[in-house]
Design a protein around this ligand. Structure first.
Ligand SMILES: Nc1nc2c(ncn2[C@@H]2O[C@H](COP(=O)(O)OP(=O)(O)OP(=O)(O)O)[C@@H](O)[C@H]2O)c(=O)[nH]1
Ligand SMILES: [Mg+2]
Length: 314
């Protein structure tokens, strides 16, 4: 049985099988890989630039995967090696909505410069953002130039996953108009680039204007990056080059004037990762102790309350 270091050596030497296995270890939280990667020189620790980590988030069905597919194509035209991590936050029981993505992205199979992988929360105790961070670090160490992370949803729960990105793209559609009003602050906090996808449908112009007005009125704006709004028809590759150009502009800003902001975001991500790792470990230990003390079944049945169980573990 290979240890984490030997497995990582193989993955970094270019073995796809070893890379896939290492990611699975991270996914099921086997332990050891994340640490081994961190010890091996993640390039991004030195600053923004290479790789460019791009997060893509937005409501279900907004066209994220279609856009990501196009981003991969553009990156390949530019000669960049690109990895995609599709993060599926749905419970292991709801049957992984991401599967469809894999099918659509099969256009790129057989291309050595593309690596696509989905990541789910199957079985482990939270820690999906920790797993995502570790996988991105691994792909960074493996030498990919661009790493795209796709995750469903817009809101607090995605913040942890999006924090891993240098550049966060929020994908909305004309149908998201009402939701946009409700999530205003959250959107502005996350988005570096707004994409109004499905611009072939009515209402797209209005949403573009709404977003632009919202950005203009953002009280946090001075000194910050002003997120551009791109109208896109992902299925027809319309506007995709513009999205790539704006994302690259944002990375350039991170290297220059935005460096303090970039450093703060990376710092927050490291703090979150550390806390997530501690929480994960604590939960694992607590679960084991519940089992050892035969409290788990009683808790499940309801003959023991959650509060009582927690008190006994404390
Ligand atoms: N009309 C139109 N349809 C689009 C466009 N982009 C994507 N779609 C369609 O929208 C549907 C959802 O696209 P996906 O790319 O799977 O969306 P997603 O955001 O990845 O979906 P989830 O991962 O399930 O949240 C598909 O049927 C796409 O063909 C677009 O620009 N215009
Ligand atoms: Mg998708």
């Amino acid at each position: 049985m290979l240890g984490p270091d030997a497995l990582l050596d193989e993955a970094l030497r270019g073995s796809r099988r070893a890379l896939a296995r290492a990611i699975t270890w991270i996914e099921v939280r086997t332990g050891g890989i994340g640490e081994a990667v961190a010890a091996r020189g993640v390039r991004r620790i030195r600053g923004p630039g290479r790789p460019h980590v791009v997060g893509v988030t937005g409501p279900p069905g907004a066209g994220k995967s279609t856009l990501v597919d196009q981003l991969v194509t553009v990156a390949r035209h530019e000669g960049q090696r690109v990895a995609v991590v599709a993060v599926d936050p749905s419970s292991p029981f709801s049957g992984g909505a991401i599967l469809g993505d894999r099918i659509r992205m099969e256009d790129h199979t057989g291309d050595d410069g593309v690596y696509i992988r989905s990541l789910s929360s199957r079985g482990h105790l939270g820690g999906l953002s920790a797993a995502t961070t570790e996988v991105v670090d691994l792909l960074d160490a493996a030498g990919f130039d661009r790493i795209v992370v796709e995750t469903v949803g817009v809101g607090q729960s995605e913040l942890g996953v999006m924090e891993v990105a240098d550049t966060a793209i929020v994908v909305l559609t004309p149908e998201s108009g009402d939701a946009v009003q409700a999530m205003k602050a959250g959107l502005l906090e996350v988005a570096d680039v707004f994409v109004v996808n499905k611009a072939d449908r009515p209402g797209a112009d209005r949403l573009v204007r709404e977003l632009e007005r919202m950005i203009e009125l953002d009280p946090e704006a001075p000194g910050r990056w002003t997120p551009p709004v791109c109208a896109v028809v992902a299925t027809e590759r319309k506007g995709v080059d513009q999205v790539v150009a704006r994302a690259v502009d944002h990375l350039a800003w991170c290297v220059g004037d935005g460096l303090p902001v970039w450093r703060a975001r990376r710092g927050a991500a490291r703090v979150r990762l550390a806390l997530d790792l501690v929480a994960e470990e604590a939960r694992r230990g607590a679960l084991a102790r519940l089992r050892e003390r035969d409290l788990l079944d009683r808790l499940r049945e309801g003959s023991l309350t959650a509060h009582e169980a927690a008190r006994r573990l404390a």
